[in-house]
Structures are given as C-alpha cells and as structure tokens.
Design a binder for this molecule. Structure first.
Ligand code: ADP
Length: 476
C-alpha cells in the first residue's frame, strides 16, 4: 500500500488504465475465440452432413454385392474426404483411400452404435471428426443392384480448423499485450500532459511564503478543472495576503491608538502627584484614571471591530448618536492635553443633530482629529468643533489654528504612515491617526474630508448618515 501511495498520480493512473485494458482485452479475446471456434466447429459439422449425402449418392454396389465408388476422381481430389461403409452386422464393406491412409480405432464400434452422431477420434498424427449414419445403397434410380441398407461413416480432419484457431490464438496472445503496452504508453503520456499544470503549480506554490503572498499561480485555461483549482488557490492567497496586511496594520494601529489614552492617564497621574491633596481629590484623580482605563479597554474592542470591518467581518453597534454630546465628550476627554498647551476647545452646534453610527467608533475618529488639532496648533491656539445637519446627513467639523497643510501633502495625509512637515507634532506621530479616522467614518457609511487648509488653520469634516427626519429638517 505504501508503495502504491509513494508513486505519483501519473503512475497510478497509468497502472489503473493498463489494468482496465487487460481486463477488457482478455474478456474481448475470450469472447472472440469462443465465437470463432464455435463457428469453425459448426462449419465442419455442416460439411460432414453434406459429405454424407454425397457419399450415399456416390457409393454403389456391383452385381456381386461388392461396394464400389462410382467415380475414380475422389482419390486425387483436393477436397478428398474420408469414407467407410459398414454392413449392419459390422463388416467393413468399403474404405476409400483416405480412410485407408488414416485408419481410426474403434470404427466398427462406432458404426455398430449406429447413432446419427458426430464424434472426434484420434488417429495417426491427427484428429478426425466422424459422422456415422445409416444409409441406403442402390436406392437411387438407375442403381445397379438391389437396395441395400448400410452404415456410412464420413470424416474430415480437424487439423485445418485447429490451425486456423491456433493462428487466431497467436494473434490474440501476441496482439493483446502489444495493445496493452501501447495503451500504457498512451495513458502515461496523457496523464503526464493532463497533470503538467499541477507540476507547474507545485513549483510556484513552493516558493510562495509569507513574504511573497502577492505571488499568484499561473492560470492557463481558467475554465478547466486545473484552471479552477489555480483560481481558487489564488483567491485563497489573496485573502491570506489581505489578512496578513490587515494584521500588520492592526498591530500598528493599536500601538498608535493606545498611546493617546495612555498619555492622558499619565498626565492625570502626574498632575495628581504634583502636590499633596486630600482624600477626596485623590479619589477624583483615581476615578478619572479608571475612566480612561475603561475607555482604553473599550477602545481595544473597537479597534478589533474596526479591523474586522476592513476584512468585511465587523459588527458595529449602530445607534442614534447625538453629535453635539459626542463633541462635548471629546472636548472634555482631551481637555487636559489642550490645557497643557494653553489651548481652548470650543464646541458649537446648530441644534442637536442625530447620526446613525457606532458611537465608540465615531468618537475615536473625532478624538484623532482633535488630537491632531491640538498637536498642530500653537500654544494658546483655538480649536473649534462645529456640529450641524447637512443635506447629505449630519456633519461634525474640527477646525484648528495651526499653520495648515501644504498643497502637496493634502492628498496624502489620509495614507497610512504618512507624516507631513517637520513640526514637532508630525515628528512624534506615527502617521496613522487620519487613516484610522477615515476607516472608522467610512465603516459607518460616512465620509472624512479635508475641507479647508491655509496658513491660519485647517478644517476636517466628518459627514455621517442622519438618524431621523428631524436631523434632515435641521439641515434645510
Ligand atoms: P499622526 O497620527 O502621526 O498625527 P495623522 O495621520 O493623524 O498622523 O496625520 C498625518 C499627517 O497629516 C501629519 O503628520 C501632519 O503632517 C498632517 N496633519 C494632520 N492633521 C493636521 C492638522 N490639523 N494640521 C496640520 N497638519 C496636519
């Protein structure tokens, strides 16, 4: 069994093919041989029966009762046959030259049995097939004597028939293996040709590693079995590649996103330790640190969801969210960072537009924008969040008083890891904040755009689907 498995599909296919051919050819050869030998044997019997009538017509008797052959031609005839005539008492009355040349044993017994039978008898050097039958001499009109009942034996040698059968057997025995060998070579060549794409695929697949997931298998005929296999394999590779990329991005995103809340916890802790305080103040500080830690935990959850969103498996907790309340929340959350740079964060809203989105995911996007606004605005700068209903849904804008983004960088700032300029803000960043924010907004069916940027500051706009008709009315 292990030998069987160790050999390639090609060899196994060929062997199966050859085995099937051997079975089919053997059965075929058997049937042909049986059929032909029946034909030959029946033909011989038929000829014996016609020989009998000929013999009965051509033997005659002289007036003194001697049995003779009417014509002398029979001895030299091509088709000379074997004939003996017996009296009903078992006396041999006549034997032609062929019968004398090839005498058969037990001829008398056979004659006396007198049945209308065909028997094969072994004689000197050959087998004779004999028909024994009762006949009548001088019964025909013009006979020269009295009608006389006799037993006539006619025979024919089986050798010519045997020779024909041996020739057929030779053809079958020699031709069969030849046909099997040809079928084997043909089968092997076919299997080789059919499986050659697999060889090529194997070679290519062997060099595809985690670093070379962008490689693909060759697809020669996309519609046949091999083509479909290669296509499916390529699709699997594409999915693998996407997952690998996603994993890499996710790791980068996580480290980036965790940095801001960790800095916030650290800042709260440092401010708390700066001077001695009473228990209530410490409790307050520990409380806000725990709050940040909770946010951190849920942020990790959201990041996971976001990452799944990009691979198509996100489960967003979509709900109606009040963007005004969300802006206030983010302002309070990042207030400590702004305070460090003596900046102010202002929220202004026309009404309370409601969006349909996942609150934590959108909050993260807004945090990233405000975090950038703080980073890129000078000390004492001003950050403004504006919330309003709009024609296409609801919007939340974040404007800063930084030095703006130069025209070259504007179309690249949403790329992952892209950092523009040599400001301290850009130097400490990782270039992921905006791409994460964009991904988060788009996962909620919204848009993130850079609305405006010049030397006095920049404005980013988040547009989200509105939640209720009220939000749409507010837009008009
Ligand atoms: P990071 O997380 O490092 O801040 P982002 O993806 O958020 O990266 O930003 C990418 C680049 O876009 C920054 O390096 C910066 O040059 C530019 N940028 C983003 N926001 C602002 C902004 N409010 N003002 C000026 N430049 C900005």
């Amino acid at each position: 069994m292990s030998w069987w498995r160790a050999h390639g599909v090609r060899v196994r296919l060929t062997l199966w093919h050859v085995a099937a051919m051997v079975v089919v050819l053997s059965v075929y050869a058997g049937v042909v041989f049986w059929f032909v030998s029946r034909q030959v044997s029946d033909g011989l019997d038929r000829r014996l029966r016609s020989d009998f009538w000929w013999a009965a017509a051509l033997v005659d008797q002289t007036p003194d009762g001697q049995i003779v052959w009417r014509y002398e031609t029979e001895t030299g005839a091509e088709d000379a046959f074997w004939i003996q005539v017996w009296s009903p008492e078992g006396e041999l009355l006549f034997a032609n030259s062929e019968a004398l040349r090839v005498p058969v044993p037990h001829g008398r017994e056979l004659a006396l049995q007198g049945t209308d039978e065909i028997t094969s008898v072994a004689s000197v050097g050959e087998d004779i097939r004999i028909l024994t039958r009762r006949g009548c001499i001088s019964c025909a009109e013009g006979g020269s004597g009295m009608a006389r009942s006799v037993i006539i034996q006619v025979g024919r040698s089986e050798t010519p028939a045997r020779e024909r059968l041996s020739e057929l057997l030779f053809v079958l025995v020699v031709g069969g293996p030849l046909a099997v060998a040809l079928a084997g070579i043909g089968g092997y060549t076919l299997a080789r040709r059919a499986l050659s794409p697999v060889e090529r695929m194997t070679e290519r697949a062997r060099v595809i590693t985690a670093d070379r997931l962008s490689d693909r298998l060759p697809v020669v005929h996309p519609d046949d079995e091999m083509g479909r296999l290669a296509t499916v394999f390529n699709e699997t590779l594409a999915r693998l590649e996407a997952s690998f990329l996603q994993m890499g991005r996710f790791t980068a995103d996580v480290s980036h996103e965790l940095r801001t809340p960790l800095t916030a916890i650290r800042s709260v802790g440092e401010v708390g330790l700066r001077e001695p305080r009473d228990e209530v103040a410490y409790r307050g500080i520990i409380g806000s640190m725990l709050e940040e830690a909770d946010r951190l935990a849920s942020l990790v959850d959201r990041l996971l969801n976001l990452s799944r969103a990009e691979t198509g498996g996100a489960r967003l907790a979509v709900d109606e969210i009040d963007l005004h309340a969300l802006a206030d929340d983010v302002a309070a959350h990042l207030g400590v960072l702004a305070e460090e740079k003596k900046q102010s964060i202002v929220v202004d809203a026309s009404g309370s537009p409601l969006a349909r989105a996942d609150r934590l995911v959108v909050r993260q996007a807004v945090i990233n924008l405000v975090d950038n606004a703080i980073k890129f605005s000078p000390i004492g700068g001003r950050i403004r969040m504006h919330v309003a209903g709009a024609r296409a849904g609801v919007i939340l804008e974040v404007s800063d008083s930084g030095s703006g983004i130069d025209a070259e960088s504007r179309h690249r700032i949403f790329d992952r890891f892209y950092r523009a300029g040599d400001s301290p803000g850009a130097a400490t960043g990782t270039g992921l904040g905006l791409s994460i924010a964009k991904g988060a907004v788009e996962a909620n069916g919204g848009k993130l755009t850079l609305e405006h940027s010049d030397a006095r500051g920049s404005t980013f706009r988040i547009t989200l689907p509105g939640a209720t008709p009220a939000s749409r009315r507010a837009a008009s």
